[in-house]
Design a protein around this ligand. Structure first.
Ligand SMILES: C[S@@+](CC[C@H](N)C(=O)[O-])C[C@H]1O[C@@H](n2cnc3c(N)ncnc32)[C@H](O)[C@@H]1O
Length: 386
């Protein structure tokens, strides 16, 4: 772990690999390469701290301990047991093992996780006559094991709980977006933190809060209290504090207009609490408004970007065709010279927007196939059918 050339693997959601790679390069990662649902790169322990604090589109940051050609389950046990775990954490720490398996020979990730846990515990028992306890919900130490065909990678997870748990969002309502997905979408639309941004169906305020943190140049995980690396023997509290303080000193005070609306006042109350937790209540303004009944007199900041995640299925109790047709009409009638991005899992809904999309990016929202669709609006936008 004192190595300045650690192999680091950073995980993300499908479709966000390029956004993550760009973030990692900007942060100073070396030898950045895209992999399935993540990137690999090299850096030192300080860089691992920076990744956890700064990366908006990352789910977790892993430090590779060993990579080998895997023969069978006994080989797995032996190779895991050979890793000097006692050099990374003390026996009194709680542990959990996450396993992902893409292999014909090993199909059962639970079995792989169990075997790995046994090998670690047996090593500690031999050396210290004690073994770490397992805590699946909230462990101090997370171990990650990844099997791709016959290649096995064993890593320590420096993040612990997924990095979408920023620490600011305490209130959610119907179908909130993952913070990582929201931040990744802002990356995909190339939001630079400069021009005005409007989310007319803001729900719990995720897009707006992520945009405000980005525009302020504040590390997105500044509010988070816990990372797994704090339990590592190699954890350097002084180095971490220096990196944390230096990150805060980069704050940008000149912020664009960030406006949110929602039809539901109860949801807006929750959004306001989240926004306040993120210390962005001076920056983001939200108010009740029905997007498909947009007031004639409402002022639209010139050149605004709209980003919205309308209700997309019956669970959200909306008449999808009518709602999306209304969205299209409001965009067409009230937002000339703006760019609108709609993120939705409803292909049916998109058919009713009635405007010609200029880009369509496939993504996933949890397990749902979804699309991020761009509409370039101009004075007198004509109604185009897809
Ligand atoms: C899928 S949720 C948005 C979730 C949001 N992106 C978040 O991260 O919490 C859809 C939101 O659209 C709102 N909504 C539905 N119809 C609306 C309308 N006509 N005008 C404004 N908001 C509307 C709902 O109240 C709900 O909060």
């Amino acid at each position: 772990m004192q190595d300045s050339n650690l192999n680091i693997i950073i995980k993300t959601l499908p479709g966000l690999e390029k956004v993550l790679a760009r973030e990692v390069r900007q942060l100073g990662g070396r030898e950045v390469e895209e992999i399935r649902r993540g990137i690999s790169c090299r850096g030192d322990l300080g860089f691992v701290y920076k990744c956890n604090l700064w990366l908006r589109s990352a789910l977790r940051v892993l430090v590779e301990l060993n990579r080998f050609k895997l023969r069978d389950e006994n080989h797995l046990y032996k190779m895991v047991r050979n890793i000097p775990w006692e050099q990374y954490f003390e026996v009194n720490k709680t542990i959990a093992v996450d396993a992902t398996v893409f292999s014909d020979r090993f199909r059962n990730s639970l079995f792989v996780a169990q075997k790995t846990k046994d090998a670690i515990c047996d090593r500690f028992r031999d050396l210290e006559d004690k073994r770490p306890s397992v805590d699946l919900q909230n462990p101090d130490i997370r171990i990650n094991i990844h099997i791709q065909k016959h290649i096995c990678t064993v890593s320590l997870d420096s993040s612990g709980a997924s990095l979408h748990k920023r620490g600011y969002r305490v209130e959610v309502d119907k179908a909130p977006l993952s913070e990582v997905l929201a931040a990744g979408i802002l990356g995909l639309i190339d939001y630079q933190g400069k021009g005005p941004l409007i989310d007319p169906m803001c729900g719990s305020g995720t897009f707006l809060t992520e945009a405000a943190l980005y525009a302020s140049n504040i590390p997105v995980n500044v509010f988070r209290k816990k990372f797994s690396f704090q339990h590592w023997m190699q954890h350097d509290t002084e180095l971490y504090q220096t990196i944390f303080d230096a990150a805060l000193a980069k704050e940008n005070q000149e912020l664009p207009k960030l406006l949110g609306y929602d039809i539901d006042p109860k949801i807006l109350a929750k959004a306001r609490r989240n926004i306040k937790n993120a210390l962005m209540d001076e920056v983001i303004k939200v108010q009740k408004r029905n997007f498909i009944n947009w007031p004639e007199e409402a002022e639209i900041p010139a050149g605004a970007t709209l980003i919205m995640n309308p209700p997309y299925d019956l669970k959200l109790e909306a008449d999808i065709p009518e709602l999306y047709e209304g969205i299209g009409n409001t965009l067409k009638n009230y937002f000339p010279d703006c760019t609108a991005w709609i993120f939705t899992a409803s292909l049916e809904g998109l058919k009713h927007i009635g405007l010609k999309p200029t880009k369509k990016i496939p993504l996933k929202n949890a397990n749902l196939d979804s699309w991020l669709v761009r509409y370039d609006l101009y004075e007198g936008s004509k109604k185009h059918r897809e």
